[in-house]
Ligand binder design. Structure first.
Ligand SMILES: NC(=O)c1ccc[n+]([C@@H]2O[C@H](COP(=O)([O-])OP(=O)(O)OC[C@H]3O[C@@H](n4cnc5c(N)ncnc54)[C@H](OP(=O)(O)O)[C@@H]3O)[C@@H](O)[C@H]2O)c1
Length: 349
């Protein structure tokens, strides 16, 4: 029996006009859509589900997709990109596509091939943004437990990071990447990168949600012309169980968020996204459900939250980091806080 042909890509009638979605201007003058679709499936969603969500998200008006090699789904997402672009309904220049260099590819000889692999998997000729996913070159098998430690684990060594960064700069020179950026950084590490970079980071991807607002780092990147991209904007309720601790708080159950959601008649998750865009970061909420990803985009074109609600949300920060990075610890007796340079200096080896 003949297989039925896949449904053609179409633009949804009930979507959001992408030209109305706010944009942030980067140091090059390029403009990044102020909401992107996350594509980390945790251990709960398949690559197929996520590739389908990418198609659906583009159909309802998303033009920004946040990918990474380590999510293990770039080839499937690439098929969605091909479908979207071959439809002729969206041009490549209208899309913003990010990918990230994983921690086992920091060596000088590995950076360009790793980027080329992401490009081949995604079926693209260039990326809009390529990020160094973590500042630690320590490899862990996907899905390993947070207690696992790599035997040769290393701390942040600035000279090593800059060798990786020089290759990131080379990717820009080669035309494979339009912008480069950092992720999971701290102020002291960023200070050194800004001092030594030939091509400065355009964006810093960092954990940002109402219970983890990082005002210090947020202000630092803004002051240095770096656009903050906020991951886990909803407080990542579907993150892997291994990343949950008893001390973690739940943004979408916060009474302030719930009260605003009730006023607006939306899910509390949508309030987190709306607040994030209005505060000036670029949230990248994940969802495979159409009603969810559509409402996460639609909230960017509706009436802004009034000042008193923005202030009320500013007041519920709990400094609750969810993605702690325990697997990157490099010696016994350290706590995960050491990864985040709590003294304001880079934690010594
Ligand atoms: N750079 C990095 O190191 C880094 C680290 C982590 C994440 N990221 C990126 O950031 C993205 C987002 O982070 P995340 O996926 O961890 O967490 P998140 O976006 O904060 O939370 C995603 C979950 O929120 C729920 N949700 C989303 N929209 C909703 C809505 N409108 N109504 C109700 N529930 C909604 C969904 O759960 P239900 O299925 O229960 O509805 C979804 O699975 C990732 O996918 C990835 O691209 C980057």
């Amino acid at each position: 029996m003949a297989e039925s042909a896949p449904a053609p890509f179409t633009l949804a009638d009930d979507g959001v006009d992408p030209t109305r979605v706010p944009k942030r201007t980067l140091h090059t003058g390029a403009r990044i859509p102020a909401v992107g679709l996350g594509t980390f499936g945790s251990d709960r969603f398949s690559g197929e589900d996520i590739a389908k969500a990418v198609l659906g998200a583009a159909s309802v008006g998303y033009r920004h997709i946040d990918c990474a090699a380590v999510y293990g789904n770039e080839r499937l997402i690439g098929e969605s990109f091909r479908t979207i672009l071959e439809s002729g309904l969206i041009r490549r220049e209208e899309m913003w596509i990010t990918s990230k260099l994983w921690n086992d590819k920091h060596a000088e000889a590995d950076v360009v091939p790793a980027c080329e692999k992401s490009l081949a998997d995604l079926g693209l000729e260039y990326l809009d943004l390529y990020l160094v996913h973590w500042p630690f070159p320590n490899y862990h098998a996907p899905g390993c437990d947070v207690a696992s430690r790599a035997p040769g684990a290393k701390p942040y060594i600035h000279e090593h990071y800059m060798k990786t960064w020089r290759q990131m700069e080379k990717l820009v020179d080669m035309g494979l990447v339009r912008h480069i950026g950092t992720s999971n950084m701290t102020i002291p590490k960023l200070r050194l990168v800004l001092r030594d970079a030939r091509i400065r980071p355009a964006c810093n991807e960092m954990e940002l949600h109402p219970h983890f607002q990082q005002p210090g780092l947020f202000g630092f990147v803004a002051d240095h012309g770096i656009v903050p991209i906020g991951f886990c904007p909803i407080g990542s309720p579907t993150r892997p169980d291994r990343d949950k601790t008893e001390a973690d708080t739940v943004d979408i159950q916060d009474p302030v968020i719930v009260r605003i959601a009730e006023r607006l008649g939306v899910h509390p998750a949508v309030v987190c996204v709306k607040w994030a865009v209005q505060r000036g970061q670029v949230p990248i909420p994940f969802s495979v459900y159409r009603n969810e990803y559509l409402s996460n985009l639609r909230c960017t074109v509706t009436e802004p939250l009034p000042d008193e609600e923005m202030q009320a949300i500013a007041g519920i920060d709990r400094n609750c980091r969810l993605i702690k990075g325990q697997v990157f610890l490099w010696k016994d007796g350290q706590t995960w806080e050491d990864l985040w340079d709590p003294t304001g200096e880079i934690t010594p080896p």
